[in-house]
Design a protein around this ligand. Structure first.
Ligand code: FES
Length: 140
């Protein structure tokens, strides 16, 4: 049912933890299952130089947050903001359909952290248009 990559990232998640003096923090929750994901970033010159996460949730939520951190590390905040849950799931060689919503949590955690960073620093870029963490279906 689960790909090898999902099992690998679930059993050995990368970048677990928190960053004490993080420049960006984003927390999202899924109202249905109660799972919570929190993402921390260090950002220098718009580049994500470090990222860590804590996920209290299912195996797919852990695997998707783990691979999402690998995908955005070293990227600009704009590039990271474009990360889709579909890309995250593809990078894991797919997720069972009933688990796709877990990858949405990863996308939203990344976006919420960057959104908060942009707000704090008065930054604006096109990708932010229309994004509001309070509108997220799963946000709590
Ligand atoms: Fe809740 Fe996976 S079942 S995020």
């Amino acid at each position: 049912m689960y790909s090898e990559k999902v099992m690998d990232h679930f059993s050995k998640p990368r970048n677990v933890g928190e960053i004490k003096d993080a420049d960006a923090v984003g927390q999202v929750g899924n109202a249905k299952c109660g799972d919570i994901m929190k993402m921390y970033m260090k950002i220098e010159n718009d580049i994500i130089v470090d990222v860590k996460f804590k996920t209290f949730g299912c195996g797919s939520a852990i695997a998707t947050s783990s691979i999402a951190t690998e995908m955005i590390k070293g990227k600009t905040i704009k590039e990271a903001f474009r990360l889709t849950n579909r890309a995250v799931a593809d990078a894991l060689d797919g997720l069972p359909p009933v688990k796709m919503h877990c990858s949405v949590l990863a996308e939203q955690a990344v976006k919420t952290a960057i959104y908060n960073y942009a707000q704090k620093n008065d930054l604006y870029f096109e990708e932010l248009e229309g994004f509001d963490p309070d509108d997220l279906e799963c946000h709590h």
